[in-house]
Each structure stands twice: as structure tokens, then as C-alpha cells.
Design a protein around this ligand. Structure first.
Ligand code: AR6
Length: 198
């Protein structure tokens, strides 16, 4: 584990090696401000199945990206009436006015309504990483998918998020978690120490 000074201190940024060529970075902050590279990076949007915006991080991402993002979302084909991205799947659009060049939209489970929320949350992370790799992106930032409106318990979500990234990050340089609140940041950091430190 290496913690860096300056900006890193302010963002409480901590990084963990996943392999000799890839790292997991955990930081506090606002995901709408995040970028690393500007041409090969993506912000993950915790969307809903309609994929036309909403509250929470989804609303903030749409406001920061501008109305072009909603136009791009409308162009994503529906797989069933009104549904562009079923739970656990992922779709990609440009990032428009966001600092990151792309947005990967994924849909996590509604904790109390999903028959297998663990599998759905794992799929949301795994399919987001797969989409990033298909586009040859190098840097991806996730918020705590399903941990807001969708009600997923933080500790359980942290375990699934970090273990899935550990299994599926080959080919990416850095996977970031940009976490809004202290309690979620602390849950992620303690789970990363448990799962990633030798
Ligand atoms: N940067 C980083 N994290 C954020 C930000 C931000 N700017 N804003 C909120 N969070 P949520 P969900 C955190 O509710 O649970 C939407 O209406 C937030 O504190 O955004 O997957 C969609 O349209 C929480 O920890 O997503 C869906 O209908 C985490 O992001 C539904 O909410 C996720 O909270 C999706 O619910």
C-alpha cells in the first residue's frame, strides 16, 4: 500500500497493487470531477434500467456531462420496452463535458427487491470492466454502486466490489473508487486491506 502526499492527502487517496501492471486506488471525492488521462478513462454511472438519468450520482453525472449525455442515452437501443440496460449489464457513451472521456452506465441491484443481489452487483462491476477493456480504456472510476438509493449494505458491497475487481482488472492500468462519504470510504479501505494486502 502506498499513500501519496499533496492532492492525495486531501482526497485520502490510497493505492493497492492488483498485479505488476495494475492498481486499485481508493479515494474520497466527487466522481463527476474525476479523470486520470482524458482520452482513455471512464466514469461509471450507477444508473437505472431506463438509463435516462435520475438522482444521486446518476443525476450529478448527467448535470456535469451536459444535455448531450441524455441525447446519447436515448440512442442506446431498448432491449425491452423502456429498458436500455438490464440490471447487471453495462453500456458506454462519451463523457461530453465531464473530465473523463467516457461514461460506462451500469445498473446495480435494488437490494431488497433483487432475488440474488450478490450476483447482480458482481455482474455490474464485471460487465463495466469488460466494456472498458473492449474500448481499450486504461483507467476506470467507480462510485459505490447500489449503496445509495438502492440500499445495499456497505460492508457486503465492499467485499463484492473489491473481490470482483481483483479477479477482473487484467488489462487496465488503474481502477479507482471515488467515494462520497466517510463511512463508505472506511468500509472500502478496510476491505481492500483485508483482501489485497499480503
Ligand atoms: N460522486 C461519488 N459518489 C456519489 C456522488 C458523486 N457525485 N453522488 C452520490 N454518490 P446512488 P444507487 C454516492 O443513489 O444506489 C439514481 O436515481 C452515493 O453516496 O447514486 O446505485 C439512479 O438513476 C452512494 O454511496 O446509486 C438509480 O435510479 C453511491 O454514490 C438509482 O439512483 C451510489 O448511490 C441507483 O441507485
Amino acid at each position: 500500500m502506498a499513500s501519496q502526499g499533496g492532492y492525495a492527502e486531501a482526497q485520502k487517496l490510497v493505492s493497492f497493487a492488483l498485479s505488476p501492471t495494475s492498481a486499485l486506488v481508493i479515494q474520497k471525492g466527487d466522481i463527476t470531477k474525476w479523470s486520470v488521462d482524458g482520452s482513455s478513462d471512464a466514469t461509471v454511472n450507477p444508473a437505472n434500467e431506463r438509463m435516462l438519468g435520475g438522482g444521486g450520482a446518476d443525476g450529478a453525472i448527467h448535470r456535469a456531462a451536459g444535455p448531450e449525455l441524455l441525447e446519447a442515452c436515448y440512442k442506446v437501443p431498448e432491449v425491452r420496452p423502456g429498458i436500455r440496460c438490464p440490471t447487471g449489464e453495462a453500456r458506454i457513451t462519451p463523457g461530453f463535458r465531464l473530465p473523463a472521456s467516457h461514461v460506462i452506465h451500469t445498473v446495480g441491484p435494488i437490494y431488497d427487491a433483487d432475488s440474488n443481489p450478490q450476483a447482480s452487483l458482481k455482474n455490474a462491476y464485471r460487465n463495466s470492466l469488460m466494456v472498458a477493456k473492449e474500448k481499450k480504456l486504461q483507467y476506470v472510476a467507480f462510485p459505490a454502486i447500489s449503496c445509495g438509493v438502492y440500499g445495499y449494505p456497505y460492508d457486503e458491497a465492499a467485499m463484492i466490489a473489491i473481490s470482483t475487481i481483483k479477479e477482473s482488472s487484467d488489462g487496465l492500468k488503474e481502477v479507482h473508487f471515488v467515494l462520497f462519504s466517510d463511512d463508505i470510504y472506511n468500509a472500502w479501505l478496510s476491505k481492500a486491506k483485508e483482501l489485497l494486502q499480503q
